[in-house]
Design a protein around this ligand. Sequence first.
Ligand SMILES: NC(=O)c1ccc[n+]([C@@H]2O[C@H](COP(=O)([O-])OP(=O)(O)OC[C@H]3O[C@@H](n4cnc5c(N)ncnc54)[C@H](O)[C@@H]3O)[C@@H](O)[C@H]2O)c1
Length: 380
Amino acid sequence: MADRLKIGIVGAGAAAQWYYLPGTRHWDDRLQLAAVCDIDEARAKHFTDEYGGTPYGDYETMLRWADLDAVAVLTPHTFHAEQVMMALEAGKHVLVEKPMTERFEDAQKICDMAEKSGLHVSCAPPNMLHPGQRRLMELISKGVIGKINMIKISQSSMGPGSRPGAPTDFSWFYAAGAGGMSSMAGYGLVRLTGLLGGVKSLSAMATTSMPERVMRDGPARGTTVAATVPDNNVIVFDMGNNTLGTMDTGYVVMSTEAPCMSLFGSEGTIEVYGGDQVLRIRLYKDDWETDIAGWQDVEIRGLDSRWALHPATLLSLADAVLDGKPLLNGPRQLAHVIEFMEKVALSAESGQRVYMTTDYTPPRWDELPLEIRQDRFGLA
Ligand SMILES: NC(=O)c1ccc[n+]([C@@H]2O[C@H](COP(=O)([O-])OP(=O)(O)OC[C@H]3O[C@@H](n4cnc5c(N)ncnc54)[C@H](O)[C@@H]3O)[C@@H](O)[C@H]2O)c1
C-alpha cells in the first residue's frame, strides 16, 4: 500500500476552503489531493490551481476517471447519502461531512455497504478524534465524578451567514434537507455517545422561531431567506441506568458563555466549553479524603484549534486505510446520531416520547491504541 491516501474532494465550498484543502497540504506526507469536483467547475479549478489535482464539474466523471483511494463529500446535506453510496459502489473509501445522511434508513444502508465491501466511511464531526474528547473519556472511565446522573447539552448557534465571513451562499442551511439540528446536533451527540453510549428514548419540542433570516455576508449578502425547517429544538432524553439529559440545538443562539456540555455525577461535576470542540474542561470535586474542594481546570494535552477539528477525519481515514488502524469516527455511531435526529422530528410532530431502535457502545478508554491517546490529531 502506498504511504499517501489519494483524495478527491466533492464540494469546494466553505468547509473545503477553510478546513480540508489546507488539511491536505498540512498532512501532505499522508494525503495527496488528486481531484476536486464542484458543480461550479471554475471553483474546482480555482482550488486545483492552488492546491493541486485535477478539476471536475461532474461527480460521476471524477469517480470514473480520477485515480482515487477515497472521496471527501463536502456538499450540501441533501447530496450526502447519494454521493457516499456512489463512492462506495465505485470502490472508494469515503469521508462524509455532517450529517452523514438526512434519513436514518440511508445511514443504515451506508453502514451495511461499508461493512460488506470492507471500505471505510470516516464521519464528521470528528469529536471522537479530539484531544479534549479523549481527556473526557479518561476522566469518566476512571470514575472521577462517579456515576453520571444528569447531562445538559447546549449545541446551538445563530447559523451560517449570520455573521461576516461567508465565502459562499449559505441560504441552503435554512431550507428542507438542512436546518439547525442537521447541522449542529452531531457535535454534541457524538461527544455524548462517545462518552456514555447510546440514547434509549427521547421527547422533543421543535419550532421555527426566526422564519426569516437576513444573510450578512457572501454572495447572498442582504437577501432574506425563509427558514423552512425548525431552527429551535429542545430535547429531553434517557440514557438508561437512571441517567437523564436535556439538549438544545438549532440556530437561535447568537452566543453563550454556558458550557456546551455539563455532566453531573455522584462524585462531582464536569463542565465542557468550546462549542464544536472541547476547548476547556472544568472539574468540580468536593472530596474530604484528599482535601480537594472546588472548581479546577483539567489540562488537555495536544489541544489545538483548527487541525484538531474537521480535517482530522481525513487523517484518521488515511491511518485506517494505509495502516489498518481502528477508525474511531466510523458510521455506526453516526447512524445512531442520525436516528436520534429523525426521532426528534417524529417526537416533536407527534407530541410523544419515542424509543430508539439502535444503540452504540463507545470504545473504552483503556482499549484505545496508545498513539490515539497521545497527540496524533493536535498540532503539537
Ligand atoms: N459552513 C460551515 O461553517 C461548515 C463547517 C463545517 C462543516 N460544514 C459542512 O460542510 C458541508 C458543506 O458545507 P459548506 O459550508 O462548505 O457549504 P457551501 O455551500 O459553502 O459549499 C458547498 C459546495 O458544494 C457545491 N455543490 C453543490 N451541489 C453539488 C453537487 N451535486 N456536486 C458537486 N458539488 C456541489 C457548491 O457549488 C459549493 O461549492 C456540509 O455538510 C456542512 O454541514 C460546514
